[in-house]
Ligand binder design. Structure first.
Ligand code: FES
Ligand SMILES: [Fe+2]
Length: 445
C-alpha cells in the first residue's frame, strides 16, 4: 500500500459522528485496515497480558500488537519488556511457544541469540562469518517504547510520545476498577488462554463491548432461556432495566446493569451469592456502593481490550485483516474466593463466553452476519445508523463520573469509539488527537 493510496481515503467523510452516520466501508477496506495498523495499533496502549501470566524472571508470553508479533518478558529485576518477536537476521519468529521460561531467545533458523532485554548476544561461527569483527549492539530486537502495569494488567505501546498509561485510561480507570479493585487480594487467571477466530472486522467485535446492552434480549434470547435454572423463580427472570452507559473522550466505553438475573444465568447461583452477598460488604468498603452494586458490565478500552465485571472475563481482539479477527480470553477469579468456587466460576463463564460458549456462539453468528453483508457492492454503499440516544442527557450523575447516560441502552459510547477511531487515523500527533477531543467537549453527541 502506497502512502498516496492511504491518504486518498477520506476518513472524516466515512465517519460522521455529529450526525451518527457510518460508512460500512470502514469494516471492509484493505487500505483503511493498513492505516489502522499504523495509526492505531502501533500508537495506542495495548493490553499485553495479565501480570500473573509472567510472574518470575525469564517468564515470557507471546502475543500480537496489531499484526506485529510480540514477546512479553519478565526481566531479572522484575520489570517487564515487550520485544518484537522477530529475528534481526532474516526475520524468523524468534519465539514460537505461547509461553514459557527462558534465559536466552535463540532463533531456530541460523541460531542468533538474544538476552531477555532483546540485546543480540551470540552469532554462531562469529569469527568465521564476520572475520573483521561485528558490532552486535545495533542489532537487538525492537523493543516497545513503553510498558506499564495497571492493577495486575500489562499494557505496552510502540509510541514513545504516547501519553502515560493512566492518562490514556483517563476517567475509564474508575470503571475498570469495578473489576480490578473489588476484591481483597485482586484477581488471578484460571484455565489458560482461550483463542478463536471470528470472521468479522475487529471494530464490529469491539463496538459490542463499548456500547451494546441492547442486543442481549434479541441475540441471546435462546441462550437466556436455555440457561434459566430449573428451580428458578420465573418472576425474577426479567431482563435488567437499571443501568448506565459511559463514554470517554479517549474512545473507551462501558455499559453496566445494577439489576437482573444475568449472574444466576451465567456464573451460577453460588458464585452470584458470593459476589453480590458474601463479598459485598468488603466490596462496598473497597470501591464504594455505586461500583459494588454493579451486577454485570461490559467495557472496551480503546482499541481492543475488553473487560466484563461480574463474569471477571478479560479479552483482547487481535485484527488479522479487514474481514477477520482473533479473540484471546483470560478467565480471572477473585484470589480470596474459596478454591472450589473459583473453579465453578471459571467453568460456568467458559460455558457462556468461551470459544464454544452458548452466548459467544450467538455473538459470533451476528458478527459474521454483518461481515457477510459487506462482501456486496451495494451493501458497502448504504450508511449505518449510529444515532440511538443522541439527545439524551450525559450527566452529571451523582454516582458515576464522566459522561454517562441514565440508561444502559444508547449509542453514545459507540459514537465516542468511532470518533476516537477517526481522530487517530487523521491526526499526526497525540497533541492533535487531544485537541480534536477537546474541541468537541460540550458538543452534543
Ligand atoms: S533468521 Fe534468525 S538467525 Fe537467521
Ligand atoms: Fe453478546
Amino acid at each position: 500500500m502506497r502512502d498516496a493510496d492511504r491518504r486518498s481515503v477520506d476518513i472524516r467523510a466515512l465517519c460522521d459522528m455529529d450526525e451518527g452516520v457510518l460508512s460500512p466501508q470502514i469494516f471492509s477496506d484493505e487500505a483503511i485496515y493498513q492505516l489502522e495498523l499504523e495509526r492505531i495499533f502501533a500508537r495506542s496502549w495495548m493490553l499485553l497480558c495479565p501480570e500473573l501470566q509472567i510472574p518470575k524472571p525469564g517468564d515470557f508470553f507471546t502475543t500480537y500488537v496489531g499484526a506485529d508479533r510480540v514477546i512479553v518478558v519478565r526481566q531479572r529485576d522484575g520489570s517487564i519488556k515487550g520485544l518484537l518477536n522477530q529475528c534481526r537476521h532474516r526475520g524468523n519468529e524468534l519465539v514460537r511457544p505461547d509461553s514459557g521460561n527462558a534465559r536466552m531467545f535463540t532463533c531456530s533458523y541460523h541460531g542468533w541469540s538474544y538476552d531477555l532485554a532483546g540485546n543480540l548476544r551470540n552469532v554462531p561461527h562469529e569469527d568465521i562469518v564476520f572475520p573483521h569483527g561485528f558490532d552486535k549492539a545495533p542489532w537487538g530486537c525492537g523493543a516497545m517504547a513503553q510498558v506499564q502495569t495497571y492493577k495486575g494488567l500489562v499494557f505496552g505501546t510502540w509510541d514513545p510520545t504516547a501519553p502515560p498509561l493512566e492518562e490514556y485510561l483517563g476517567d475509564a480507570a474508575w470503571y475498570l476498577d469495578i473489576v480490578l479493585d473489588r476484591f481483597e487480594g485482586g484477581l488471578e487467571p484460571m484455565g489458560g488462554v482461550n483463542k478463536w477466530v471470528i470472521k468479522a472486522n475487529w471494530k464490529i467485535v469491539a463496538e459490542q463491548f463499548v456500547n451494546d446492552m441492547l442486543h442481549p434480549e434479541q441475540t441471546h434470547v435462546s441462550a437466556f432461556m436455555a440457561s434459566i435454572p430449573p428451580d428458578a423463580d420465573m418472576s425474577q427472570m426479567q431482563m435488567p432495566t437499571t443501568g448506565r452507559q459511559f463514554t470517554s473522550p479517549n474512545g473507551h466505553g462501558l455499559g453496566l446493569w445494577t439489576d437482573g438475573p444475568i449472574l444466576d444465568i451465567t456464573v451460577g447461583h453460588r458464585a452470584r451469592t458470593w459476589f453480590m452477598e458474601d463479598s459485598y460488604p468488603a466490596a462496598v468498603a473497597r470501591v464504594g456502593k455505586a461500583r459494588a452494586d454493579v451486577v454485570a458490565s461490559h467495557m472496551n478500552l480503546f482499541p481492543t481490550c475488553v473487560m466484563f465485571a461480574g463474569f471477571n472475563h478479560l479479552r483482547v481482539i487481535h485484527p488479522t485483516g479487514p474481514h477477520e479477527s482473533e479473540i484471546w480470553t483470560w478467565q480471572l477469579v477473585p484470589t480470596n474466593a474459596p478454591a472450589d468456587l473459583k473453579k465453578e466460576w471459571a467453568t460456568n463463564v467458559q460455558r457462556a463466553f468461551g470459544a464454544g460458549g452458548l452466548f459467544e456462539a450467538d455473538d459470533s453468528a451476528v458478527w459474521a452476519g454483518v461481515q457477510r453483508t459487506l462482501r456486496g457492492v451495494i451493501g458497502r454503499r448504504l450508511p449505518f445508523n449510529v444515532q440511538m440516544g443522541d439527545r439524551e442527557n450525559k450527566g452529571p450523575d451523582p454516582d458515576y463520573p464522566g459522561r454517562v447516560t441514565q440508561r444502559a441502552y444508547s449509542e453514545v459510547a459507540a459514537r465516542g469509539f468511532y470518533q476516537r477511531w477517526a481522530d487517530m487515523l487523521t491526526c499526526e500527533t497525540w497533541s492533535e488527537i487531544d485537541e480534536a477531543a477537546k474541541s468537541r467537549e460540550g458538543v452534543r453527541q
